[in-house]
Ligand binder design. Structure first.
Ligand SMILES: [Zn+2]
Length: 421
């Protein structure tokens, strides 16, 4: 068991997500007061040094489940063999998965990282950084979900996102000539990738193109938010690496799907947030489509995901989970398990859905030692209960027995292990 002491630091931060003030379309003059989050920083325990053997586990290697075997952990990493073993854990014939990677979320505190860890989500990709000091504080929390982050999202003056996040003019972009300075600032502040917000009143095509070109010239990758057909097409055309969300107002045509495929673009549909938002009465208006019903919006989202999957465009599992806002909360951790279910609803097999939360994001985000169980990989592991078989029923990923994050078994401050359902 690992216990931690917590320091509390107050920072001003605003998340930016599809379902919260940063992403929901509102009247141009709509404003949102930045929320104050309490950021908890752990006094970090030292890296794990013990040698652990987990016996009697059925390992999923990304393609099939193997016969019961033993897996060894040396410190932070998985190894083939150990000379000495400090601790032996009986896996009780449960299926062992790589720790899950959440490809679109907005964690606001170490408490959120705790929740993610408890659900076997061992890596989270934060999709907007409103405060670089805060983002830096979230990194490298030993024994907790690893945090990687976008920079401050590139938004245009007068756009819905800029207005809703009260963005000062000097943080916005409206011309291709500003791209070098904007991108330089994002990466000068330690961001892992650039995030662009494509929307009806967002940066124009030339500006999006320039942002992507500039990031690529620095050897960096880009993500682009786009939740309607027109904005999504702009994102595809810009050559962005990883479009976020999915058009809810129409279907992408074959030309666009072919272009995505040929440009090696990865899709992160975030079906979970659509499912939840579209169920809220009047949500269509806040999404920029006043008349849209759940059935209409959900059908477009699902059909677009199915078409991409059929085309061979790689799909990443992300949820847009965030801290509660205006009666809507896409919760951390459990929502990623829901996303796996929705991806299977759109035609992915359970294996494909699990790859969307493991191997595929590891490739897409250049995370070489994550997303698989093999010698030399990080010991990020999710052990399921003996009766769980996600390859028959994807919801069984929620039947969690134990979780390891970088070789440390996850225990919350009360000394309890992972969330179980
Ligand atoms: Zn988001």
């Amino acid at each position: 068991m690992h216990r931690y002491t917590i320091l509390t630091i107050s920072l001003l931060s605003v998340t930016s997500c599809f379902a919260c003030p940063g992403h929901v379309r509102r009247a141009a003059n709509g404003t949102v007061t930045p929320q104050s989050y309490t950021v908890q920083t752990r006094i970090k325990p030292s890296v794990p040094t013990s040698n652990v053997a987990i016996t009697n586990v059925r390992i999923w290697d990304g393609y099939r489940v193997h016969e019961p075997d033993t897996i060894f952990i040396e410190g932070e990493f998985i190894v083939k063999k150990l000379r000495t073993v400090d601790e032996v854990i009986d896996g009780a014939n449960g299926i062992l998965l790589p720790g899950l990677i959440e490809s679109h979320a907005h964690p606001g505190s170490t408490k959120d990282l705790e929740t993610l860890s408890s659900y076997g989500v061992t890596t989270v990709l934060n999709q907007n950084c409103q405060n670089y000091e805060y983002c830096s504080s979230m990194r490298g929390q030993t024994g907790l979900t690893s945090f990687f982050t976008a920079g401050l999202s590139a938004k245009a003056p007068g756009s819905s996102h800029a207005n809703n996040s009260n963005s000062p003019l000097d943080t916005l972009i409206w011309s291709p000539s500003q791209a070098p300075a904007y991108v330089g600032n994002v990466f000068g502040n330690g961001s892992d990738w650039l995030k662009i917000v494509s929307e009806a009143d967002g940066p124009d095509q030339a500006t999006q193109n320039a942002l992507v070109r500039e990031a690529h010239s620095m050897g960096k990758k880009t993500n682009t938010h786009a939740s309607d057909l027109e904005s999504y097409i702009m994102a595809i055309v810009s050559g962005t690496d990883r479009p976020q969300h999915m058009p809810l107002d129409g279907l992408l045509n074959e030309t666009m799907l072919d272009l995505m495929r040929s440009q090696h673009q990865y899709a992160t549909p975030t079906m979970k947030v659509y499912y939840d938002v579209l169920h809220i009465p009047g949500a269509g208006a806040s999404l920029g489509h006043p008349g849209i019903t759940f059935d209409e919006g959900w059908a477009f989202v699902k059909q677009n995901v199915a078409a991409m999957h059929a085309k061979g465009i790689p799909i990443l599992a992300g949820t847009d989970s965030t801290t509660p806002y205006a009666g809507l909360s896409v919760p951390f951790g459990s929502s990623l398990h829901d996303e796996l279910w929705y991806l299977t609803e759109a035609g992915l097999s359970p294996q494909d859905a699990l790859r969307a939360a493991t191997t595929v994001p590891a490739w897409a985000y250049d995370l070489p030692n994550r997303g698989a169980i093999a010698h030399g990989m990080r010991a990020d592991l999710l052990l399921l209960q003996p009766n769980a078989d996600p390859f028959k029923a994807i919801n069984d990923t929620k039947k969690i027995s134990r979780v390891w994050v970088g070789g440390l078994e996850y225990m919350n401050l009360a000394g309890n292990s992972s969330a179980t359902q």
